[in-house]
Design a protein around this ligand. Structure first.
Ligand code: B12
Ligand code: SF4
Length: 415
């Protein structure tokens, strides 16, 4: 069968991210003729989609809806407008339409309800269930055990059993931004921070891919002429044994690729040094809170005092370092915002303003995150709120005013 894989457009020009989810699915479909198109690369994405439908004449279209919105406060950009435009194009095309991806998986019922054109919605990981669905579509058979509805069961795969991603599904040379190309070494996260959707999306335990497969992905990217990738994993330095095994293997592989990863501040200077020797050039930390009380209220592990030493150690080795905080998170207010701004000012001045990036965001509350339930239970939001339209966890008053002013200045500087 001819299958068209479509990455939903962002609707604005932003550094494109290689659609790793689609590459993972394509890796399972070698018996089909799969073509990928990433509509986020085009401003005239509706026309591009029309052309693809006309020239390829696919039997099935599968869309990956990765993001609902950009989770930015106070001005939030919705990716659903451009998604609606491509669904409009697909109204004129008669063939089975399947949708999946993280954005879809957080809100499957709402999206299926709003877009009757979608024939099947497949939440969760698609590697196992998409081939089964395609097989049934090909043979015109129904799937009685799935109940006959449009919403299919949640997919969760055995990572030892799935094939490697097919990085040739799209022209990878078009993804040149620093963190645009991803390798995934594990799924899930066992830390369960209150605002986070990761454990909902891929489980409350770490599930690791065999290390040999990761090295295979690295070799594939080398062959494709890629020079840099990002580990898209939740926390690269957890669990400990897997982190050690993977790091040793990358070090021994003598890869010439540069890479980056998300860490927590339990990383040691020695581990950072080994990461550096194996090609790592950038690390990101997501402490989110600046006080022990804030960390505890967010369900984060670690101590506030551990952050600065970890950042200094990474900078001493020459890493680019990103540090992400939230404003107005549980347990922290105006004083904490001042501390976060002071931290930003200090590390950028002390450790290099071009190499040390500090971001202060606001928690965009997604459905199924523990904080969504907390907001409902505390009466902070209506019991029937579905969190599809952006809801932010924020405090009113001086911290909010100062934050808005700070964001305004940042936006003006980047215009
Ligand atoms: C790594 C990451 C990033 C990296 C990407 C680096 C890279 N090179 O890929 C960076 C930091 C750049 C990033 C940026 C952003 N991200 Co991000 N990111 C992630 C993260 C942690 C992993 C994504 C990933 O690669 N997964 C690995 C692949 C293999 O899995 P997958 O994409 O989920 O695909 C599987 C399934 O979804 C499914 N599937 C996917 N497509 C399809 C299609 C069909 C038809 C089917 C059946 C199934 C299916 O099958 C796939 C295989 O199992 C997720 C959270 C998470 N745990 O998933 C957030 C996440 C996707 N990001 C999110 C957001 C909001 C953003 C930003 C908008 C943030 C911002 N303000 O800038 C930007 C958007 C960038 C863009 N243009 O798309 C949100 C989206 C939430 C939403 N509902 O809108 C998530 C879910 C995190 C969260 N807050 O909950 N991100
Ligand atoms: S915020 Fe990070 S550490 Fe916490 S649950 Fe999410 S992915 Fe895991």
């Amino acid at each position: 069968m001819k299958i068209l894989f479509v990455q939903s457009p962002t609707g604005r020009m932003e550094a494109p991210i290689f659609p790793l989810g689609l590459a993972c699915l394509a890796g399972q479909l070698s018996k089909h003729d799969v073509k990928g198109v990433d509509l986020s690369l085009y401003s005239d994405f509706a026309d591009v989609l029309k052309c693809e439908l006309e020239s390829l004449k696919p039997d099935i279209v599968c869309i990956s809806l990765r993001n609902i919105d950009d989770s930015t406060y106070p001005v939030t950009y919705s990716y659903m407008t451009s998604f609606s435009e491509i669904i409009e194009v697909l109204e004129q095309w008669k063939g089975p339409l399947v949708v999946g991806g993280t954005g879809f998986s957080i809100y499957p019922e709402i999206i299926l309800d709003r877009y009757p054109r979608i024939d099947f919605g497949l939440p969760g990981e698609g590697e196992d269930l998409l081939p089964v669905l395609l097989n049934h579509i090909e043979h015109g058979s129904s799937i009685p055990e799935w109940g006959g509805g449009r919403l299919l069961p949640w997919g969760k795969v055995d990572l030892d059993a799935v094939s490697s991603p097919d990085y040739t599904i799209l022209d990878i040379s078009r993804y040149s931004a620093d963190d645009a190309i991803g390798i995934q070494s594990r799924r899930g996260c066992e830390f369960n921070c209150t605002y986070c959707t990761y454990s909902y999306l891929s489980g409350k335990k770490f599930r690791e891919r065999p290390v040999a497969r990761i090295l295979e992905d690295i070799r594939t990217l080398e062959r494709l002429g890629v020079s840099r990738f990002q580990f898209v994993d939740s926390v690269f330095n957890a669990p400990d044994e897997y982190f050690e095994e993977l790091l040793n293997a990358i070090e021994a592989s003598e890869t010439g690729l540069s890479w980056s990863a998300w860490l927590d501040d339990r990383i040691t200077p020695d581990q950072l040094a080994r990461m550096k020797r194996s090609g790592a050039v950038k690390v990101d930390f997501s402490p989110d809170a600046i006080s022990d009380r804030g960390l505890q209220r967010m369900g984060k592990r670690g101590k506030a005092a551990d952050l600065l030493p970890a950042v200094k150690a990474a900078r001493a080795l020459g890493f680019h370092v990103g540090i992400n905080f939230f404003n107005g998170n549980p347990g922290e207010g105006f004083v904490s915002l001042l501390r976060k701004l002071w931290f930003m000012f200090r590390v950028r001045l002390m450790l290099g303003h071009k190499e040390t990036f500090v971001n202060i965001g606001t928690i965009r509350v997604y459905a199924h995150s523990p904080i969504a339930l907390q907001m409902i239970n505390k009466g902070m939001i209506d019991r029937d709120c579905d969190f599809f339209d952006p809801v932010f966890y924020r405090i009113k008053g001086p911290a909010d005013w100062l934050y808005r002013l700070f964001q305004r200045i940042r936006t003006l500087r980047h215009v």
